[in-house]
Design a protein around this ligand. Structure first.
Ligand SMILES: [Zn+2]
Length: 283
């Protein structure tokens, strides 16, 4: 009978060898169904009830439950990986390779490696009568559309009292994380020749006012929602890119600004978005 370490290595080799790249670039995008099916077989061997939730063509989430009832603990991971640049790998990215006391393979850390470890931990409880359920959750498309997480959120599943997410954190427990929202503002004015400002309405000057509001709001956010648990102890708002105008002698008719906001846990994205809308509506 293989030892726990041998089983972990063997399972990780199978997971790495089952490609499941997800990408917003359709030439890279693959399904994760084969990975989910592998995991489903292994959890069933441990006595879990495996439920495969279809997310899209060849894409699925796995909700595997040991025990029953409300509450419980979720062990959560994503089954997809980012794309890879084969020329920059020293070994086949889809073949788990041990070198210098480390394993190399696409997703071996982020985060296929989490599943064999979680299963080995769960195996200790296979014959126990659990007071609350132990749930292994494996999601699709975390590296791209987040469609796996979205469909779980829609269903409101799985419900539990606590969750451990096996993303790599250099083995340091991380108990909270900032959110992220990516927003854009478009200002539409009226183009015209620069020699007569009366003929147009500058979208660039309108965007200047928008940016001033956003920067004032950023200061307000950092005062209202600072949190010393984070290295960057306040919410951030980054003006990431701006497009507009075509020539110094034309009044700019349209500009578009893209920015992101990363809130500390006390700030709700929908509320923040509403406050941004309110501020910009006054312009
Ligand atoms: Zn990850």
């Amino acid at each position: 009978m293989p030892t726990s370490a041998q089983r972990i290595t063997e399972q990780l080799g199978q997971l790495v060898g089952t490609p499941s790249v997800s990408s917003t670039d359709s030439s890279w995008d693959q399904g994760n169904r084969a990975v989910v099916d592998l995991l489903a077989g292994w959890v069933e061997d441990l006595g879990f009830t495996a439920e495969v939730q279809e997310v899209g063509p060849d894409k699925a989430n796995l909700i595997a439950t040991l025990g029953s009832g409300p509450g419980g603990l979720v062990l959560s991971g994503h089954t997809d990986t980012v794309p890879f640049d084969e020329g920059r790998w020293q070994s086949d990215p889809l073949c788990l390779t041990e070198r210098n006391d480390r394993f190399y393979g696409l997703g071996s850390t982020d985060m296929k490696g989490f599943f064999p470890i979680a299963l080995a931990a769960a195996a200790a409880f296979r014959d126990e009568q659990l007071a609350q359920p132990l749930i292994l959750l494996a999601t699709a498309d975390e590296e791209s559309s987040m469609n796996g997480a979205r469909s779980l959120a829609q269903l409101g599943r799985p419900k539990s009292r606590a969750a451990i997410i096996g993303e790599p954190t250099s083995l340091v427990p991380v108990r909270m994380h900032k959110g992220i929202m990516m927003e854009s503002v478009t200002v539409t004015g009226r183009a015209g020749h620069s020699s007569n400002p009366e003929l147009g309405n500058s979208a660039l000057e309108g965007m200047h006012a928008v940016i001033a509001q956003l920067l004032a709001f950023r200061t307000e956010l950092s005062e209202r929602f600072s949190n010393d648990f984070f290295n960057v102890a306040y919410p951030t708002l980054n003006l990431g890119c701006i497009h507009g105008g075509d020539s110094p002698n034309r009044i700019c008719g349209r500009t578009e600004l893209h920015f992101d906001v990363r809130m500390t846990p006390a700030g709700d994205n929908a509320t923040v978005r509403g406050e941004i809308d309110q501020r910009l509506a006054t312009l």
